[in-house]
Design a protein around this ligand. Structure first.
Ligand SMILES: [Zn+2]
Length: 376
């Protein structure tokens, strides 16, 4: 399964953009997809769509769809992930339980339960399906029928909005459901689209390995690929020589940019240093799911490709669209941290030396392909 490379380079255009800066990002979208953005805005005034995002865990599903909404029309485009939905429902259930003193109506009259009593159809009794949700862990899948009922509820909350759904279908049997989902939910006759995202596993691996999180505001950045504007240096932090690869930069750390956090030191989450190791099975399943979806007839597909072979890069993309890699050095004299930036080279799944694209060019490709599949 290889996706075509999408050309975002405009010949003869010298302007460079700093794609991390939100204002420049906006100008960039105007310049590279202004016409298509206009068409989509016009379309969304009266219409919507349902797009299923399929890609490996950490392939950027949330990032791309949120950036699409931001660029096109945040009022009319929404994104929701099944993972977040399940966590929210769980919270709601707990809250409802806490609010149930003995003399009050039984839990079955709580809004979410009564909704499910009306909407849920499945092979497990509703009670068991709900308790599967409460006891869920990442290994076991929730009953598809319960997920379907809950998605229906989510969609009803977002009337008239175009939707990106992240996390459904999650298993092979759910693909068939997704084909008829539009009909199942009946009251919406929107076009439905599969969006497939192809990202080299090496990219996912490094996204996890170098992830840093602010302990105060939970903002997530990447030490190697998406640093904060200020980098700290802890001279007391020593390590063995040569250090193990994940501790190579141990004395340096990211400082949260959020002013509320007052220079908090960002930290890595336990286990992240193992990268994709713990999720290999999940990634294999995601791959199968994508292959199956890729081979479907009759449903429009958008193909997003994160990497470009090094040899082809010049033809297809501009330099500033490539993800840089950052490293750090301490200037002995001034005691300031120097940030060194260079293009990041990754080996893709077929062993080809490649560059990984920043989110904006991938969103340009998404915008243009959406215009095409919606025949605008
Ligand atoms: Zn913070």
């Amino acid at each position: 399964m290889r996706f075509p490379i999408f050309k975002t380079k405009i010949e003869g255009l010298d302007r460079k953009f700093n794609l991390i800066d939100p204002r420049e990002q906006k100008e960039y979208f105007q310049l590279k997809a202004g016409k298509e953005i206009e068409k989509l805005r016009e379309y969304l005034k009266e219409n919507s769509f349902i797009a299923y995002l399929l890609g490996k865990k950490n392939s950027g599903k949330g990032t791309y769809s949120k950036m699409f909404a931001e660029a096109v029309d945040p009022e009319r485009v929404d994104h929701f992930s099944i993972g977040d939905m399940v966590r929210e429902v769980d919270k709601e259930l707990r809250k409802e339980k806490r609010l149930q003193p003995a003399h009050h109506p039984p839990a079955s009259q709580a809004p979410i339960i009564s909704f499910l009593e009306k909407q849920y159809r499945g092979f497990l009794p509703l009670k068991e399906a709900i308790s599967a949700l409460e006891k869920r862990n990442t290994e076991t899948l929730l009953p598809t029928e319960l997920i379907l009922a809950l998605i229906k509820r989510e969609i009803a909350k977002r009337k008239k909005k175009a939707l990106f759904i992240d996390g459904f279908p999650r298993d092979l049997d759910q693909i068939n459901f997704s084909l008829f989902f539009r009909d199942l939910i009946g009251y919406r006759d929107d076009p439905d689209i599969f969006i497939l995202i192809d990202v080299p596993e090496k990219v996912i691996d490094e996204r996890i390995k170098w992830r840093r999180i602010c302990p105060l505001c939970q903002t997530s950045r990447n030490f190697k690929l998406l640093p904060t504007s200020k980098i700290g240096y802890d001279s007391k932090k020593t390590t063995t020589h040569p250090p193990p690869s994940h501790l190579r930069w141990a004395p340096f750390y990211l400082i949260c940019d959020n002013p509320v956090c007052r220079g908090a030191k960002m930290v890595s989450k336990e286990g992240d240093e193992r990268g994709i190791e713990p999720i290999r099975e999940r990634l294999k399943m995601d791959e199968k799911l994508m292959e199956r979806a890729f081979s479907l007839y009759g449903i429009p597909k958008v193909l997003l490709r994160n990497s470009v072979p090094k040899k082809e890069a010049e033809k297809f993309v501009d330099d500033y669209e490539i993800t840089p890699e950052y490293s750090y050095e301490l200037d002995k004299k001034t005691k300031k941290v120097k940030i060194i930036e260079k293009p990041w080279q990754v080996i893709d799944n077929e062993g080809v030396p490649s560059y990984s694209l920043l989110p904006p060019p991938i969103v340009v490709s998404l915008i243009k392909q959406m215009v095409e599949v919606l025949s605008l």
